[in-house]
Design a protein around this ligand. Structure first.
Ligand code: MG
Length: 185
């Protein structure tokens, strides 16, 4: 189902808005460098929020800084395993993430190959920009939900709206955010 074609006028007819979600603090409780299934605790309403936007025909993308890779706390293979499990759990609840974008780099990383500045690391917008290159996205209707100001900065830099999730139920918050966006146009 992945559409890796460029976002050209030819496929704008397939374009849809996108819900961008940060991971830690939005989909799962942010315990700091979560890399193991046993440490993964769902945020209330996470699967419901994703399923609701699937049903609307929106793209759903995760954009997550994973500097734990650069620090050597876990590897990308371990992270991929967690994400595969997360996607399967969501699938069992009727929710689908179209693509998980992660940034393993950090300028102070301990693992040399990941020690660098990156345009993908939020507050920079690289992961959102990449998603909008990989998939035909209606940018003006898209928005991001994050739990840090740096998430919102990344959204702004990518030209999409951003909402700061204060905790609670993600599905309720996402519906509120959508209503806020729609009300503002
Ligand atoms: Mg977060």
């Amino acid at each position: 189902m992945a559409n890796t074609s460029q976002n050209t006028p030819d496929n704008r007819k397939d374009a849809r808005p996108a819900l961008f979600l940060d991971r830690d603090g939005v989909i799962n409780v942010d315990k700091g460098y979560v890399s193991r299934i046993e440490d993964f605790v769902w945020i209330d309403g996470a699967a419901e929020a994703i399923a609701a936007f699937n049903a609307r025909g929106w793209w759903v993308f995760v954009v997550t800084n994973q500097s734990g890779v650069a620090y050597g706390y876990y590897g990308e293979a371990e992270m991929a395993k967690l994400h595969a499990w997360m996607s399967a759990e969501l699938g069992a609840r009727g929710a689908r993430i179209d693509h998980i974008y992660h940034c393993p780099y950090h300028v102070d990383g301990k693992v040399e190959r990941y020690r660098r500045d990156s345009y993908d690391r939020k507050p920079k917008p690289g992961m959102l920009v990449q998603a909008m290159t990989d998939y035909p996205v209606i940018r003006e209707r898209s928005f991001l939900i994050g739990d840090k100001e740096t998430d919102l900065e990344a959204a702004r830099a990518a030209g999409v709206a951003g909402f700061l999730f204060p905790g609670g139920d993600l599905a309720s918050f996402a519906e509120w955010a959508l209503a806020d966006i729609d009300g503002g146009r």
